[in-house]
Design a protein. Structure first.
Length: 261
């Protein structure tokens, strides 16, 4: 998302610069200068914005990694080696105690309990493995505790500083062009009035031209509607009426006969 936001901001600046070039080519200096000012202001905020969004992205990534990975491990897989070592230790201790009682029974003695020292002598390996797994587990818990506490707050502190700088730069940039924007509002009002007046005059001219064009169109249609079978009128001294049979060949296929007067 941060990359998309930066890309969108850069596109916005590019479009403003295109408008600057367009209005400069049309010699509309007031509008060209206005778009140029806003483009420059947006450029000044681009770097602080990048830092802010990168800081947010880093925090989100850090939290996702912490919540979905390491914190989940504390409750699940992270405990398994430690729990297995403890079970092995308990199992070996129970087995040794049982073996010693059984051995005493074979010699006709009854042992109610076996001392811890006796068991410890034969469980050096298991004891050290249990201690190792316990240390590994506690080290991991300590790391996660640090990450979800101190490390996360340090990242939030960096985000706060990035946010502070962004808003400070934004305020400085806004203050820099504040007077210009106030003056621009008056210029835009004047330009708008001129454009509205120009539009009003053009609309008036259009309304005058439309009826005239409509009359010309009607006259043209009227002239075209007059139909004459023969373009040549002939000599009227020989009369204007004829009687007879008209033979006409249609498409070179059929002879049609018309009676006319």
């Amino acid at each position: 998302m941060p990359t998309e936001d930066i890309s969108l901001q850069e596109t916005f600046i590019n479009e403003l610069e295109k408008l600057v070039a367009n209005f400069q080519s049309n010699e509309e200096s007031v509008l060209a200068e206005a778009f140029s000012k806003f483009a420059e202001s947006s450029k000044e905020l681009l770097t602080p914005m990048k830092n802010l969004l990168q800081s947010v992205n880093h925090i989100v990534f850090f939290l996702n990694s912490l919540l979905k990975g390491e914190l989940k491990g504390v409750k699940g897989d992270l405990k398994k080696p430690f729990e297995k070592a403890w079970k092995d230790y308990e199992g070996k201790a129970t087995k040794i105690e049982k073996e010693k009682k059984e051995l005493a029974k074979q010699y006709g003695m009854v042992r109610i309990e076996v001392t811890g020292g006796e068991i410890a002598e034969e469980m050096e390996k298991e004891r050290r493995m249990f201690q190792l797994q316990m240390c590994e587990y506690l080290i991991k818990v300590n790391e996660i505790k640090t990450k979800k506490g101190v490390d996360l707050l340090q990242n939030l502190t960096k985000y706060y500083h990035a946010q502070y700088i962004f808003f400070q730069e934004g305020l400085k940039t806004a203050e820099k062009i504040r007077h210009y924007v106030e003056m621009l509002a008056e210029d835009l009002h004047t330009i708008k009035l001129n454009q509205d007046e120009e539009k009003k005059q053009l609309c008036s001219l259009r309304d005058q031209l439309k009826p005239a064009l409509q009359l010309d169109k009607e006259d043209s249609v009227s002239r075209q509607s007059v139909y004459s079978m023969h373009q040549l009128q002939g000599n009227k001294q020989y009369g204007t009426e004829k009687t007879g049979i008209l033979y006409k060949k249609s498409d070179g296929l059929v002879w049609l006969i018309f009676s006319f007067t």
